[in-house]
Design a protein around this ligand. Structure first.
Ligand code: RIB
Length: 311
């Protein structure tokens, strides 16, 4: 990897991905069809898998740029201010007429969530713009993408990233069929166990054989996140290494997968040994489920830096 270290000595990352405003309702159970129930609490927060991953990498110290499109509504204004508060570069966040992305979320007492994403302006992103954004941002260590924006947009950004020597990390979430053109320019694939089962036609146990077979088929490096069971990395030695999650009483699992991806991408960009980058991801994700909200649940700078010393 070339030396793309920022002036402050930190690695440079770009996230080409979504922003959402999360509308989170906490209730003792979810309603049945046609039923209305009383909730216990409501939180409005900043989300979107792309934005969450950018924030987690930034909290660990990376120099992070976001590539996204917001609407011209109040949610767009709030999202820009949130990125600025974290010190995330927004030079490549565009605005279009219409609504920004929103995500109504239901969370039950055991922390499990159900999410509906309404893409809004995220769907207005264009391949040409994402490619130019990445070219302007190079040199970069790592470029991260997900499935909440059109896949050709991520494919164009990843192709530009690779041609500039950056490593590409794709979180294929929410589950969808993968565009072969995107897969071709992906170095690391990070599905959760459900996405993995769908993409690989495998069991949700994600056995070692299933992981190795799928990585051979996609010709990518592979990490499968396994919720409370941690994560599985297919090492460069061809062996599947499993990292257990810290046992915790989860209050809200929203965004835990994004904490993993942001922290893992930061670890890779920093040049950590791969298994240590997975441990950092698992540590940040396990910690995030202890607090409610999405980005608000992530470990703060001090705590996140402590994990770097522990792994
Ligand atoms: O992964 C959690 C995220 O998924 C939420 O922030 C929500 O916005 C959806 O994108």
């Amino acid at each position: 990897m070339r030396d793309e270290t920022a002036a402050d000595g930190q690695p440079r990352l770009a996230v080409v991905g979504s922003t959402m405003i999360d509308l989170i309702a906490y209730a003792t159970r979810v309603p049945n069809a046609g039923e209305t129930i009383q909730g216990d609490e409501f939180r409005l927060g900043f989300g979107g898998k792309g934005a969450n991953q950018a924030v987690m990498a930034r909290l660990l110290g990376a120099d992070v740029a976001m590539v996204n499109t917001l609407g011209d509504d109040v949610f767009g204004d709030m999202t820009l201010r949130n990125f600025e508060a974290f010190g995330i570069d927004t030079d490549h966040v565009d605005r279009v007429p219409g609504s920004s992305g929103v995500a109504p979320i239901w969370v039950e007492p055991n922390g499990t969530n159900r999410i509906i994403c309404v893409a809004g302006a995220n769907d207005a992103m264009q391949p040409g713009a994402s490619e130019s954004a990445i070219r302007a941002l190079l040199p970069l260590h790592v470029v991260v993408g997900q499935f909440e924006i059109p896949q050709p947009v991520t494919a164009a950004a990843f192709a530009a990233a690779r041609s500039g020597g950056a490593v590409t990390v794709l979180n294929p979430a929410p589950a969808a069929e993968m565009d072969p053109a995107l897969l071709q320019v992906t170095d690391w694939l990070i599905p959760n166990e459900h996405e993995f089962a769908g993409l690989a036609g495998a069991s949700s146990d994600a056995t070692d054989d299933e992981i190795a077979t799928f990585a051979a088929r996609t010709r990518t490096r592979l990490v499968v996140t396994l919720g409370p069971r941690g994560a599985a990395l297919l090492g460069s030695d061809g062996v599947v290494h499993r990292v257990a999650a810290t046992p915790v009483d989860a209050v809200d699992t929203t965004g835990a997968g994004d904490a993993f991806v942001g922290a893992f991408a930061y670890g890779l960009a920093l040049g950590l040994e791969e298994l240590r980058a997975v441990r950092l991801g698992v540590r940040c994700a396990s910690d995030s489920v202890l607090r409610p909200g999405t980005q608000t649940s992530f470990p703060d700078r001090e705590r996140a830096h402590g994990f770097l010393d522990e792994i």
